[in-house]
Design a binder for this molecule. Structure first.
Ligand code: 9WN
Length: 421
């Protein structure tokens, strides 16, 4: 068995090497030819097991794309590669908004880079890396709470792409509420015919593109977008990772001897954690749910995102026991964990049902944090065996285990290195 694992690890390293560009790793050579925010974070988590110098560089390159206001963008267009829509022209971000080093998109992604940086620091013990990244990580966490929070506790996003779970059924309500009009554009993500059944629908894409054009039309004025955008959502996954980000920041500051900053970020983690526990729990579904700030309504769907506050130490005793029951619906599949288990589940389509390695990795750690070790072991076992049987696919059908989406996908390779280390 170990022989097979070693052989798969060697292949994982070679996938990451072939997807590596100058200081960063693209998610997939066939679909995503630039640097993506949370992809790089997951890549660094696994890469540190094989090539610590490359893992540190991955994070530093991502932070080089940071905006002047602290936002770390969803995409950094370091090259002029073709084959992805929307590219930098479509986003139309003025150079004085970015850090001036690279063109970027106009949104962020869940703040996984902070826990990833801490993970890399923990494994390498490299204090110069810690000290070099701390100011940028702090500015990013500060940006979230000042620019992206109404109450200083929960943070919001204004595009489904910013959640990382683009076509999650949770976004259906807010997206249904607006008419995108006649948006013209050409999709680049369905070159392979099978992909039509595996990628988000045109209905979703029309709205994704309309939201980008709305941002560009007001020159990405945050205040106006907060007031006018039809999509302003407190995403439960982003908030769980924000707690982890603040905890990680606090730990790194404590380690660097800065007690004041350590306390400040610990208090922030506490405030967001408590808000999730008290305001984002859905007792009927038995998990946490996102919230639509435009209509002030909960987005009550059984998404794997709703389990991830476990990772942030959110559940009280009552919620923990309810979550144990909820978990049984997510674990009742041949291959776990599906990204969604509600009505209209689609086991082949993107975030509407398939199993993803990154949410599995987060969930496994969440399950361990609340003491559900058996469930955690199951998630890990299935993650590893899906890759060993299907390769480093982007996502997997939970009923059949079949690999879906692109192949040689970076975070699947990287997280395999971490799962099997
Ligand atoms: C838009 C790169 C990214 C991931 C997201 C995933 C997908 C992009 C797209 O690919 O989204 O960001 O064009 O479909 O949903 O989580 O970061 O791998």
């Amino acid at each position: 068995m170990r022989g097979d694992t070693d052989e798969t690890r060697t292949r994982a390293v070679s996938v990451l090497e072939s997807n590596r560009r100058d200081g960063y790793t693209i998610p997939s050579a066939t679909l995503y030819p630039f640097q993506w925010n949370w992809d790089s974070a997951f890549v660094a988590v696994g890469l540190v097991r094989a090539d610590p110098a490359a893992a540190k560089r991955e994070i530093r390159t991502l932070l080089d794309a940071q905006w002047r206001n602290g936002m770390v963008p969803q995409i950094a267009f370091w090259s002029d590669a073709e084959g992805y829509f929307p590219g930098p022209e479509e986003w139309g971000i003025a150079a004085d908004r970015t850090g001036g080093t690279v063109r970027t998109s106009g949104i962020t992604q869940p703040p996984m880079v902070v826990p990833a940086a801490r993970h890399v620091y923990e494994r390498t013990g490299d204090e110069s890396f810690r000290d070099a990244v701390l100011p940028a990580l702090r500015d990013y966490c500060e940006w979230w709470r000042t620019e992206r929070s109404d109450d200083g506790e929960l943070v919001w996003v204004r595009h489904p792409w910013a959640t990382g779970m683009d076509d999650s059924p949770a976004w259906r309500g807010p997206l249904e509420r607006f008419d995108p009009g006649d948006v013209e554009y050409v999709r680049e993500d369905r070159k392979d015919e099978d992909f039509a059944a595996q990628r988000p629908t045109d209905w979703d894409y029309d709205r994704y593109v309309a939201l980008v054009r709305q941002g560009r039309a007001v020159d990405w004025d945050e205040k106006r977008l907060r007031e006018e955008s039809p999509f302003v959502v407190e995403d439960v996954l982003t908030n769980a990772l924000y707690v982890r980000a603040c905890e990680s920041l606090s730990e790194m500051f404590a380690d660097a001897g800065d007690e004041e900053q350590a306390e400040e970020w610990d208090a922030q983690a506490d405030a967001t954690r408590r808000a999730l526990r008290e305001r984002r729990w859905d007792d009927e579904l038995g998990l946490y749910v996102s919230h639509d700030l435009v209509s002030d309504e909960p987005l009550s769907v059984p998404s794997v995102a709703g389990l991830l506050p476990m990772l942030a130490g959110v559940p009280d005793d009552y919620q923990r026991e309810r979550l144990r029951e909820t978990l049984s619906a997510f674990l009742a599949y041949d291959r776990v964990v599906p990204s969604y288990v509600g009505p209209d589940v689609d086991y082949d389509r993107y975030w509407r049902g398939p199993v993803w390695q990154n949410t599995n990795w987060l969930l496994e750690r969440g399950l361990r944090r609340v003491g559900f070790d058996e469930a955690a072991a199951r998630v890990r076992e299935d993650s590893v065996s899906l890759i060993e049987s299907e390769g480093f696919r982007e996502y997997f059908n939970p009923e059949t285990g079949a690999g879906r989406g692109s192949d040689r996908f970076s975070w699947s390779a990287a997280l395999y290195l971490d799962w099997t280390a």
